[in-house]
Design a binder for this molecule. Structure first.
Ligand code: IMP
Ligand code: MG
Length: 177
């Protein structure tokens, strides 16, 4: 696997994003909703860098099988109340954009005061929707990446760096469901 962003680069990018978020909200209370499972590491790192009042909740989405997109499932049963709140959605990567678009539609139907989105990564040349996340820590080339929360069949999320999967890594191991 080739390392695309090491731990120091990731930390610096998340730090920059935290400062941008603080200056946009100017100390107003924020409701952060992490889109699980890919945003788990970013969510944990980002909220500890934000010096402002905030609440944290999660929803779960799932669309990938291996490296190809399947149909999207959204589970928001355990989400916090977001009506009349300033809400910031957090996701790992903005690829085609369909996930964020559908989650935004669902969230908007619940009447937040404002709704913005922040992603760790934006893949270049892949977008299929008219939407750009409000905060992007890194633009990356069109390669399948893992680590720092991103997975291939739910593996590799624990890598502390971001790596490109080589074709030889793309074979699902027998222990993987
Ligand atoms: P989108 O709906 O195409 O924007 O895809 C967004 C979701 O697909 C992300 O939240 C990720 O979970 C997953 N995804 C897209 N590209 C990658 C990748 O390169 N590695 C791992 N997961 C990815
Ligand atoms: Mg994922």
């Amino acid at each position: 696997m080739k390392v695309l962003l090491d731990q120091q680069q990731l930390e610096a990018g998340v730090e920059r994003m935290a400062r941008d978020i603080e200056s946009l909200y100017g100390g107003k209370p924020l409701t952060i909703i992490g889109i699980m499972t890919g945003s788990v590491v970013l969510l944990a790192d980002l909220i500890r860098k934000l010096e402002m009042p905030l609440r944290v909740g999660v929803i779960q989405t799932s669309s990938y099988r291996g490296t190809s997109r399947g149909s999207l499932t959204i589970n928001s049963e355990l989400m916090l109340d977001i009506t009349d709140r300033d809400v910031l959605l957090i996701d790992d990567i903005f690829d085609t954009g369909h996930t964020l678009k559908e989650v935004i539609q669902l969230m908007n139907s619940l009447g937040p005061s404002s709704l913005r989105s922040a992603v760790l990564l934006k893949k270049s040349g892949r977008q299929e929707v008219q939407l750009i996340p409000d905060f992007v820590a890194f633009d990356i080339p069109d390669e399948f990446v893992v680590g720092y929360g991103l997975d291939f069949n739910d593996e590799y999320r624990n890598l502390p760096y971001l790596a490109c999967l080589e074709p030889s890594d793309l074979v699902t191991s027998p222990t993987t469901v």
